[in-house]
Design a binder for this molecule. Structure first.
Ligand SMILES: Cc1ncc(COP(=O)(O)O)c(C=O)c1O
Length: 412
């Protein structure tokens, strides 16, 4: 099989048939790129012509172990051959062990609920916070404070929590009870956390908003104010968690712990898995019947997630994420020094953004794909890099060289 990186194929039997069918039968929610990926291995993706691409996006921060990691593939195959589904009404192998693994990583007593996506985990966390508040603060404390520019998902309450009006307007009326504040503004936080509030919901590192980390001081102040005022601190670690930002959970860098945390994306390295982790005093607000899921916590996904967590710990993924982030950020900063094309580099671990001087980020992504690199942009001027944590320095050097060429030669 050919191993060269190269032009995106625009014609070809498989691609042509699937792209045409796709356009005819799918809703128009995604503007898909002109490539058909058929295989993945580690850092690399391969199209139907055998062309190789370096993936700096990881399926939006999902395949932290790289594509088709053998330990995860084995875990899925073994469990799928044995038992795939019986619902949450029965015990199955792997579910409780996975929950125990997450509690161990959390570092304090906690209880876990399994869901299938980030938005679902957020919906559950919102319900949990309000149920907890009903018993512990009174029925008036319904408000959940979140940040502008945040992203918490596409379902209605998760969308209401999201701090991006442009994504919300067409879908109003959204569920009420959400107040948005500027992230990293401690005075605004202090003013917002009044007696009507039951929870503060933050991404420790905003992802879809363009990779904006909360300062440690902001996170620590949030913890203190929530403690003083009897408000729940909820961290959305769907994107920044699971070693992406350099620690098992991004908040650990600030030396604090939330009351509730949501996880998804990287949990099963590509299978749909999500979790809510909550300290017992909060988790116990849920009684049987309050919340549920048909598929969440299924044995195949849980087996995959256990293998994922085992491998991530074995490779010291947090340290790898920090090394990747440092090398990538330094390289982007060097490009910025030599060219006016990049105006800012932001990041936390292997979650990095380059802010461009001109709104050409989508054109960079498309041109990079033609050159065998999978990149992503979160806005017209923001490139976001979320490489698998198996990414090498040589991979990053290839990326930097290509990004520099694309920006420098003004080929866009
Ligand atoms: C921080 C955060 N929360 C929630 C979500 C929603 O996750 P999902 O797309 O799995 O519903 C995302 C997705 O990008 C996210 O980044």
């Amino acid at each position: 099989m050919a191993r060269r990186r190269g032009d995106v194929k625009l014609m070809g039997t498989s691609y042509q048939r699937i792209a045409a069918l796709d356009a005819a039968v799918h809703m128009r929610t995604f503007a898909r790129k002109p490539v058909l990926f058929v295989r993945g291995e580690g850092m690399c993706l391969y199209d139907d012509d055998g062309r190789e691409y370096l993936d700096f996006m990881s399926g939006i921060g999902v395949v932290n172990l790289g594509h088709s990691h053998p330990a995860v593939v084995d875990a899925i195959a073994q469990q799928a051959a044995k038992l795939t589904h019986v619902t949450n009404l029965y015990h199955v192998e792997h579910r409780a062990d996975l929950a125990a693994d997450l509690v161990g990583m959390f570092g304090a007593e906690a209880r876990v609920f399994f869901a299938n996506s980030g938005a679902e985990a957020i919906e559950g966390a919102i319900k949990l916070a309000r149920k907890w508040a009903t018993a512990n603060k009174g029925p008036e404390a319904r408000t959940i404070v979140t940040a502008w520019r945040s992203f918490h998902g596409r379902t209605l309450a998760a969308l209401a929590a999201t701090g991006q009006p442009s994504k919300q307007e067409a879908f109003e009326p959204l569920p009420g009870g959400f107040v948005h504040i500027d992230m990293n503004d401690i005075d605004a936080l202090d003013a917002a956390l009044d007696e009507s509030v039951c929870a503060l919901l933050l991404e420790p590192v905003q992802g879809e908003g363009g990779v904006y980390p909360c300062t440690y001081e902001y996170l620590q102040t949030a913890r203190r104010l929530c403690d003083e005022r009897g408000i729940l601190l909820v961290f959305d670690e769907v994107q920044c968690g699971l070693y992406r930002a350099g620690h098992a959970f991004a908040h650990q860098a600030a030396g604090i712990r939330p009351d509730v945390m949501t996880l998804a994306k990287a949990l099963a390295n590509g299978l749909p898995a999500a979790a809510i982790v909550a300290v017992p005093a909060v988790a116990d607000a849920f009684a049987p019947g309050d919340h549920g899921s048909t598929f969440g916590g299924g044995p195949v996904v849980c087996a995959a997630a256990r293998a994922t967590l085992r491998e991530l710990a074995a490779m010291d993924a947090g340290a790898r994420a920090l090394e990747i982030g440092e090398h990538l950020s330094r390289g982007l900063a060097e490009i910025a020094e030599n060219s006016s094309a990049i105006v800012e580099v932001r990041g936390a671990g292997a979650m990095v953004a380059a802010e461009l001087a001109r709104p050409v980020a989508a054109a960079v992504v498309d041109a990079a794909l033609s050159r065998g690199l999978v990149l992503n942009n979160t806005s017209a001027s923001t490139l976001r890099f979320l490489p698998p944590l198996v990414c090498t320095r040589a991979d990053i050097d290839t990326l930097l060289e290509q990004v520099h060429t694309l920006l420098d030669k003004d080929v866009l």
